[in-house]
Structure formats: C-alpha cells, structure tokens
Design a binder for this molecule. Structure first.
Ligand code: PEP
Ligand code: MN
Length: 279
C-alpha cells in the first residue's frame, strides 16, 4: 500500500482567486441544487460561509430529466448567486451548459461546472480549454475513470490547467442509492492525472440519509474538496430536495468531516475562521 495515495505530493494546486485547491486543507463547496430566490440563496450563503465553505454552489441553467421540471432562473439566477456570494466572502460554482454562455459566465462564476451529462461534449470541453476559465469536470455517470480522465485531457490540451475533477457517483445495478459513489476513483484519478478531486456525495446518495456516510467516505478517500447540496427547506426545493442537507444541519456535518480529515492528515476550515471570512 502506498500511503502517499492519500497525500497530495503529485497533485497540482489549482488557485482560484484567494483559494488554493489541492493542498492539505479541503475546499468546501455548498449550496442549493438550484438558485430559487434571493432569500433562499442569501440564507444558504450565510450558513455555508459560517460553516467553512469557500464556494457557494447553485444551478441557474439546469439539466433536468423531464422538460417539464424546473429549468432554473437563468441569468437572473447567476446574478443572485454572485450577489449572495459577494455578501459573505464566497466564490461561486455553477454549471455552464454551452459554449455561448462562457463569456458571460466569467462575470458571475469563479468555477464553471461541466455536468455529468456533458462530460463527453468534446466541443464544450475544448471551448473551456481555450477559455482558461477554472473548470469542475464532473464524471459522467455512465463513464469509466479512463473516459473521465480523457475528457479532462481535452481541456488540458488546449492549455487550461485549472481543472478540478469531481466524482459524483456512477450508475450501477444498485438502486437503493441514486448512483454509486466510486471512492477508489479518487486516488486513482489523482495518481493518473495529478489533478485535485472534489467529491459530490449528494448526487451519489440521492437521499439525505446517506449523504453523511458518503461525505465522510469521500474525505477518508482523499477528496480535495466536497460539493454538497443544502437547502433551508428541502421539502420545498424545486430540484433535488430529497438529497439536500437541511441548512441547520450543515455545520455539524462539516464538524464531522473535520474529524475524519484529521485522521488522514488533512484539515477542513474551522467554523470560527469561516465566520471571520463571512464578516
Ligand atoms: C448538480 O450539481 O446539480 C448536477 C446536476 O450535477 P450532475 O451533473 O452531477 O448530475
Ligand atoms: Mn442537483
């Protein structure tokens, strides 16, 4: 066994504004699946900032299975995300669906998410490569580690090295969870490509009851960051409410993540420090 797998000797740091991802401290990204209202996103920003998050997440352009499901607030959503993040000293992460959105995304988004369903959209990958914008590349839920890493290479080959990988679960024969979190993919991806890996326990779990277990597994498995869905009122959420951690439970989850991080030689930002950032 190589204990180095959990350390980051060969992992490149990705610096986004004042945040360095891939070092000993995990980067916490949290917020609702979708931006729904000013009140909702400001409440989320306040709580996640006070609990150690550096990034506020929230989708404005949603990829939904059904065309009749909520599709997001679009540009208005991105404006709200930026305002809420700025108010609490946070950076923003949100999915960018198409090449035409990239220029405008720079105004609002610090880290552009390429969604699971777009992981093999090679024109989009190349466009992000040319753009130089920091990218969070989610693993396609039907894709092997190899295919995921090749997708990342499309971005890297255009000269953009600010790439974070995101393990968010893959489809297996198991249906008790929404997807199956592939914990081994974390050290394998890091060893193969030397990029930081962010773990998304929310989409893998599909239900809030399993989010804590997958969060802690992701930290123990060497994740360099966490992307977690949280909502002030999950029952009223317009997307992915079942898997959303209640905002008032988020701080306790981060506290547990911090204890597991310590066991593998990593840290999670302490809540008190975070409150200072928020002010
Ligand atoms: C999301 O982050 O809300 C999302 C849609 O993720 P994925 O692309 O992993 O399904
Ligand atoms: Mn979601």
């Amino acid at each position: 066994m190589s204990p180095g797998n959990l350390m980051n000797d060969n992992v490149r740091r990705v610096d986004i504004r004042d945040c360095s991802i891939g070092g000993p401290e995990l980067t916490i990204m949290a917020g609702p699946c979708s931006i729904e209202s000013r009140e909702q996103i400001f409440k989320a920003a306040e709580v996640v900032a006070a609990s150690g998050a550096r990034f506020l997440r929230g989708g404005a352009f949603k990829v939904r299975t059904s065309p009749t499901a909520f599709q997001g607030l679009g540009w208005d959503g991105w404006k709200l995300l930026r305002e809420a993040a700025d108010a609490f000293g946070l950076l923003t992460v949100s999915e960018v669906l198409e090449e035409d959105q990239i220029e405008k995304a720079r105004e609002y988004i610090d880290l552009a998410q390429i969604g699971s369903r777009n992981m093999q959209n090679t024109p989009l990958l190349k466009a992000f490569g040319r753009s130089g914008m920091p990218v969070l590349l989610k693993r396609g839920f039907g894709c092997t580690i190899d295919e995921w890493l090749h997708a990342a290479e499309y971005i890297l080959r255009e000269g953009n090295e600010d790439v974070l990988l995101c393990e968010r679960g893959i489809r297996t024969f198991e249906t008790a969870t929404r997807f199956t979190l592939d914990v081994a993919a974390i050290p394998i991806a890091k060893a193969r490509l030397g990029l930081p890996v962010v773990v998304d326990p929310s989409h893998a779990a599909g239900h809030v009851d399993w989010v804590e277990c997958l969060t802690l597994s992701g930290v123990a498995g060497g994740g360099d960051g966490l992307l977690i869905e949280t909502h002030p009122d999950p029952a009223a959420a317009k997307s992915d409410g079942k898997q959303a951690v209640l905002l008032s439970d988020f701080g306790a989850l981060m506290e547990k993540a911090g204890r597991v991080a310590a066991a593998v030689g990593r840290t999670v930002p302490a809540p008190s420090m975070l409150a200072a950032v928020a002010r």
